[in-house]
Design a protein around this ligand. Structure first.
Ligand code: GTP
Ligand code: MG
Length: 222
C-alpha cells in the first residue's frame, strides 16, 4: 500500500507540476458541515478536481504558498463517521487535520475529544485545527468560549460554510502547518517509512557491492 501511495504521489507531482503535496483530512460528527466547508473552499480555488467513491470524496487542487506550488489532497468521508471511527487508511500519511463541530449542537463539541484521541492514535504529531462551524445561524456563539482547543494547544476558528466566514483562512493555515510538519516530521510511522526507504536503497547498494565484497573476503557475520 505504501508503495502504491508513493507511486501515485510522484505521478501527481509531475502531472500537476507541483513542488510539494499535502494530504489534509477532516474529522467530526455527522452533519457538522464538513462537506459544505470543503465545497465552499472549492469555489475559491483554481482548477479543483473531485474524485468520489461510495465512502470517500477526494478533492484536489493546487495553490501557491511561499512561492511553492502545493498540491492539496483533501479527504472527506461520506458518513463513515457515523460509526464513530474512521478506517486506518484515512489517516495514512495525512499531514494535517481539520476537526469540525457544529456550534448549534453541543454534543458535536463534546465528541471532539473522542475524535482527537483517535487521530492521535494514528498520527501522534500532525498539526490539527479546530473549526466551530455554522456561526451564521447565531452570531452570538462567537462570544462563548470553547476551551477544548485551548486546552490541547490547537488553533481555533469560528467558521460559516454558509457565508464563507474564515473558510479560506482555515485551509491556508492548515496547509502551511502541513508543510512545516512535513519538513520537521518526527512521527514514528514517518520515521519507519523513511527507514524502510533507506533500507531499500542500502540493499540495492549492497547487491552491487557484492562482487567486491566476496573478493575481499566475507565480512564478520552478525
Ligand atoms: N446554517 C448553516 N448550515 C450549515 C453550515 N454548514 C453546513 N450546514 C448544513 O448542515 C447540514 C450538514 O452539512 P454537511 O456538509 O452535509 O455535513 P457533514 O459533516 O459533511 O455530514 P456527513 O457527511 O453526514 O458526515 C447541511 O444541511 C448543510 O447545509 C453552515 O455553516 N451554516
Ligand atoms: Mg459529508
Amino acid at each position: 500500500l505504501a508503495m502504491d501511495v508513493r507511486g501515485i504521489s510522484d505521478l501527481d507531482l509531475e502531472k500537476y507540476d507541483a513542488d510539494e503535496q499535502v494530504k489534509i483530512i477532516c474529522l467530526g460528527d455527522s452533519a457538522v458541515g464538513k462537506s459544505k466547508v470543503v465545497r465552499f473552499l472549492m469555489k475559491c480555488v483554481s482548477r479543483p478536481q473531485q474524485l468520489s467513491t461510495y465512502a470517500l470524496t477526494l478533492y484536489k487542487y493546487t495553490t501557491t504558498i511561499n512561492g511553492q506550488t502545493v498540491l492539496v489532497d483533501f479527504w472527506d468521508t461520506a458518513g463513515q463517521e457515523r460509526f464513530r471511527s474512521m478506517h486506518p487508511s484515512y489517516y495514512h500519511k495525512a499531514h494535517a487535520c481539520v476537526m469540525v463541530f457544529d456550534v448549534q449542537r453541543k454534543i458535536t463539541y463534546k465528541n471532539l475529544p473522542n475524535w482527537y484521541k483517535e487521530l492521535r492514535e494514528y498520527r501522534p504529531e500532525i498539526p490539527c485545527v479546530v473549526v466551530a462551524n455554522k456561526i451564521d445561524a447565531d452570531i452570538k456563539v462567537t462570544q462563548k468560549s470553547f476551551n477544548f482547543a485551548k486546552k490541547q494547544g490547537l488553533p481555533f476558528y469560528f467558521v460559516s460554510a454558509a457565508d464563507g466566514t474564515n473558510v479560506v483562512k482555515v485551509f491556508k493555515d492548515a496547509i502551511q502547518m502541513a508543510l512545516s510538519y512535513k519538513k520537521n516530521s518526527s512521527d514514528f510511522m514517518d520515521e519507519v517509512m523513511r527507514e524502510l526507504e533507506n533500507f531499500d536503497l542500502e540493499r540495492k547498494e549492497e547487491s552491487s557491492d557484492k562482487e567486491e565484497e566476496t573478493q575481499q573476503g566475507k565480512p564478520d557475520s552478525a
